[in-house]
Design a protein around this ligand. Structure first.
Ligand code: RIB
Length: 293
């Protein structure tokens, strides 16, 4: 069982030929609202693969909040741990999408009202979990509290330190796996990637976009190559990787195989529009691992 403690957002996506420059107005092509948020995305990714996935999150008592919870349920994510803040707006992400690439502004709204109290109410769930997964789109004190609780209950934690601004060095002692991308890795460790990896064997897994991901196994650097893919939308690719990595680790895969599984899942996710639109089933991932396109 995997418990994800994290954000739930409605993604407000504008597709456009070009990103506007400072002070410029341009005409977009399409506006869509789709479910997102790093926590929800990672939960849906792991659940689509067949995982027993539970989420602890907070939404507002608005229409987006209702839709977001409904979407979690529709994707078989257990949402008993989703609380609702009265009078609060649900989290949103303003996404500009152009040529498969994106620019994102998150307004956390109700995500920032997820407190230690809501986490404590889920202690039994957390205690039963094989893995707890965290990102950094909820309040930092709530993250600290969750880390301390997991340590007390002896439950391993996978942390995807995104956005990296909220990361604190003290988190490292609490996490079994940390999965920054290259930029986040540099922001967090302030050293070159090789040194950071060597200092954190089998703990630090750095994602490299389409090139895959890498870690240091205590003796050598392991580079797990990415899969060839046709990119429609990269939004949620990292979340799919993290959800799939969590799923594979809980299924008992070794770290290298779990990273490869995550890479395959991520490569499928970018082929469809929306953070969750292309998240694959286990069969889809196995087909990709088997070399079929
Ligand atoms: O990682 C992609 C996600 O980041 C989007 O779905 C958006 O909601 C933001 O949280």
């Amino acid at each position: 069982m995997i418990t994800i403690v994290g954000s739930v957002n409605m993604d407000l996506v504008v597709q456009t030929a070009d990103f506007p420059k400072q002070g410029e107005t341009t005409m977009g092509e399409l506006f869509t609202t789709v479910p997102g948020g790093k926590g929800a995305n990672q939960a849906v990714a792991a659940a689509r693969l067949g995982g027993d996935v539970h989420i602890v999150a907070n939404v507002g008592d608005d229409l987006f909040g209702k839709e977001l919870v409904e979407n979690l349920r529709a994707n078989s994510v257990n949402s008993e741990g989703v609380s609702v803040s009265e009078g609060a707006a649900s989290g949103i992400a303003n996404i500009l999408l152009s040529d498969g690439d994106n620019r994102i502004i998150v307004v956390p709204g109700a995500n920032y009202q997820l407190t230690a109290t809501e986490i404590d109410l889920m202690t039994k769930k957390i205690e039963k979990s094989d893995l707890v997964v965290l990102q950094l789109e909820i309040p930092i004190p709530t993250i600290k509290h969750t880390l301390e609780l997991c340590a007390e209950l002896d439950v391993p934690v996978l942390m995807n330190p995104a956005p990296a601004g909220g990361f604190q060095k003290e988190f490292l002692q609490y996490v079994k796996y940390l999965t920054p991308n290259e930029t986040e890795c540099e922001q967090i460790f302030g050293t070159d990637m090789e040194t950071a990896l060597e200092n954190h064997p089998n703990q630090l897994i750095v994602t490299l976009g389409s090139a895959g991901a890498r870690f240091y196994d205590g003796e050598k650097h392991v580079i797990v190559e990415g899969f060839k893919t046709e990119v429609v939308d990269t939004t949620g690719a990292g979340d799919t990787f993290n959800g799939a990595l969590a799923y594979a680790l809980v299924e008992g895969f070794g770290l290298g195989e779990a990273v490869k599984f995550g890479n395959a899942a991520g490569s499928l996710a970018v082929e469809e529009f929306g953070a969750q639109g292309g998240m694959p089933s286990r069969e889809d991932v196995e087909r990709r691992l088997g070399g079929e396109r």
